[in-house]
Design a protein around this ligand. Sequence first.
Ligand code: ADP
Ligand code: MG
Length: 679
Amino acid sequence: MLKKELNIFTFSDLLLHFPNRHIDKTKVSAIAEISPATEYIQVAGKLLQMTISGEKRSRRLTAILKDNTGILELTWFQGISWVQKSLTEGMQYLVFGRTGFFNGKPQIVHPEIEPYVPAKADGKQFLEPVYPTTEKLKVKSLNGRQIGKLTYTLLAQLKAEDIPENLPQYLVEKLRLMGRYEAYRNIHFPASPVLYERALQRLKFEELFIAQVRLNLVRLQRHNSSRGVVFEKVGDYFNTFYSKYLPFQLTGAQKRVLKEIRTDTGRGRQMNRLLQGDVGSGKTIVALLSMLLAADNGYQSCLMAPTEILAQQHYNGLSELLKEMPVEIALLTGSTKAAQRKKILKGLQEDTIHFVVGTHAVIEDTVQFKNLGLVIVDEQHRFGVAQRARLWEKAVIPPHVLVMTATPIPRTLAMTAYGDLDYSIMDELPPGRQPVTTVHRYETARANVMDFVKTEITKGRQAYFIYPLIEESEKLSYEDLMQGYEQVKSFFPDPPYRISMVHGRQPAEQKETNMQRFVTGDTQLMVSTTVIEVGVNVPNASVMVIESAEKFGLSQLHQLRGRVGRGSEKSFCILLTSVKASKDARERIKIMCATNDGFKIAEKDLELRGPGDIEGTRQSGALNFRIASIVNDKELLEKAKTEAEQLCSEDPELDMAKNLQLKIHLQSQGRKNAWSKIS
Ligand code: ADP
Ligand code: MG
């Protein structure tokens, strides 16, 4: 039963089944104290009037608990005959549970109940653990208290050497941590609230620290075992471009990241770097300069984008920047014509093409490189691990990999989910950007919104209208979009206004044409679903209207908003919602209106949704900490990370005597968590 319901298989599982909280057994409340605001309560009294009523499904057992101040109704819907047999009318019982009100009277459904023995008046607190349990177990009387009894019996038999210290002694002393044995005793049966708190801190630290040590060891191992091509020099390609064709000064962040990439690629092992830069921080130019560095060292590069639109746009942008340079660049996507494709494949094999930009078409088996040295993946969240791994087969020595993402990952999450990778952050926008002004409007104010958009267009600007993808139905999304298109058209008739529409159902060519018309300014309005979400760059667009904004997640809204505010004009983002938006949705909208900072938004997202839900990390078991939380225990996580890094760099094989008990512990736990490798 324990196995099936709570995944408890062994004694150690039982010890690791930590209580949610403790109740002070000496504290018995009066029934009259129960109010609608009460959550949990413990009361004691005489059990009266046990009755069974109802038929089949609605069959239930009720009883009354009476103390000197009032009466409380107790109800059971399950295990009725068993409960009835185990209780006796007229006896005193101690009852604990979540209170509710039914017909104006207080009640507890499925309470924890046991014969009441008044606590001895010795002044000692007794903090009794309350364990998470399930309704099924409660019915079988394996409620929280029963689990507590099992744990108590187990702990009474265990000696200190049965729960040996697993952290290095010097760390325990330095951080004044409670010992492991003591911590296990106190997390279950604390002698005082202070000791409970210390036990909790100790076990949280242990959990975070051990996870960090593992990640560090994996990273060090990758560093030491991987081979990589060497980009040893900066040559003519890079230097000529840098001095003659770079259209702007690099930001400090761009320079720093380039330096990191240069160091990474120069030391003879494979680079595996995640580059996070908020939307508009200028990742593309970093990609281009890295590709030029590869070319200087005789290597080909490949830039992969998640969609054809993006690949096409990267190709156009890079071709423009490189038009005076002796660099061959090709575009390879699913819709590249057969003859052209053949030519490109030949060029890649013979090394006459330096750079190839493309979609996943690039990783098809037929694509062979003479000398692939660098792979850049733009917007990694859309790229599967398996897809990336296929690239390795395209070169004898694995190429360097730079994964770029505009989805900011909160630091704590990056530390845990990507802790075994190298990562760079571009936290600086190019100069002259004005923050986007974001406002919330109800759909009822649409006419005003349209008027506003019209004034912007009259000034020569362009505007986006974004419609949600309705997850359950492509058809519904499509109808929604069409309806929206008609609506926009009625406000902006052609002539003089021209509208591009882009959605997932269009053939690639049509999508491309519509996109290009907007990019060149031929159309002033773009009506689209979220297909334009990533990467699209139209600096003249200064307004974005997001329809049904309540249907979008925070990071998606932030991504979308990143399409405006890319030029020197003041830009606006208008979030339209129905008046019925949920509380969570209103919270998201509020955050969007309050800040433009992607990292802050990501932090909030993490708080609102919890780590399990953050895109790209769902599978990673390592975020399921038992008691630590990357949302609530940030400080402890920082501490664990610092200590783990120091330990691993000093003793990467854990050979030192002082780290022996840690090594033994890690070995006994086996090697888990090989999950988050990007390659
Ligand atoms: P993202 O990081 O979102 O991919 P892009 O690389 O598309 O951003 O850059 C956004 C815009 O900023 C582009 O128009 C680009 O030319 C411009 N840009 C990039 N770096 C700089 C810079 N250092 N100074 C001025 N403009 C820049
Ligand atoms: Mg980009």
